[in-house]
Design a protein around this ligand. Structure first.
Ligand code: CDP
Length: 135
C-alpha cells in the first residue's frame, strides 16, 4: 500500500484580498484557479511544507496562520488542508503556475460561480468568500 499523502494549500491574504494561482497541468484542471501549495514531505510540519511550497511556486516567504475549516479527502489516501498565510517578503510570481492574481470576495465568488476554481478547493473558496467580505 502507498503511504497516505497530505497536501497543504495556502490562503494567502493581504487586506481584503486572497491570492489564487492558475494551474498549468494536468489537463483536467489546467486553466482553473487554486490555492497554491503541495505535498507535505516526510519530517515536515504542514506549516513548514507551505513555506517551502510557496517559496518554490511563488518566490515569496510567508508566515503561516490558522487552518481553514475543511479538510478535503478527494480519494482514499489523499488529504488536503489549507492554512492562512501572509507574505513576509517578495512579490508573488507564477513560477509553476500559468498566472497568479489577487481576488476580493466578489471576484472569488465570480470564479466559483463560473466553475473556474479546481473542484477540490470549492469549500475553501466559499469559506474565504465569506471571510474576505468582512475585511
Ligand atoms: O507540488 P506538488 O507536486 O507537491 O503538489 P501539486 O501537484 O500541486 O498537488 C498535489 C495534489 O493536490 C494534486 O492532486 C493536486 O491536484 C491537489 N491539489 C488540490 O486539489 N488543490 C490545491 N489547492 C493544491 C493541490
Amino acid at each position: 500500500m502507498t503511504d497516505p499523502v497530505l497536501v497543504v494549500a495556502g490562503a494567502v491574504l493581504a487586506g481584503h484580498r486572497m491570492l489564487v494561482a492558475q494551474r498549468d497541468y494536468p489537463e483536467e484542471v489546467a486553466g482553473l484557479w487554486e490555492l497554491p501549495g503541495g505535498k507535505v514531505e516526510t519530517g515536515e510540519s504542514p506549516a513548514e511544507a507551505l513555506v517551502r511550497e510557496l517559496c518554490e511556486e511563488l518566490d515569496v516567504v510567508v508566515s503561516v496562520g490558522a487552518a481553514l475549516h475543511d479538510a478535503v479527502r478527494p480519494k482514499p489516501g489523499l488529504t488536503l488542508i489549507a492554512m492562512r498565510a501572509e507574505i513576509v517578503s517578495g512579490t508573488p510570481r507564477a513560477l509553476e503556475h500559468r498566472a497568479v492574481r489577487w481576488v476580493d470576495s466578489a471576484e472569488l465568488a465570480a470564479l466559483v460561480e463560473a466553475g473556474r476554481m479546481v473542484p477540490n478547493d470549492l469549500g475553501w473558496a466559499q469559506e474565504m468568500v465569506a471571510e474576505l467580505r468582512t475585511k
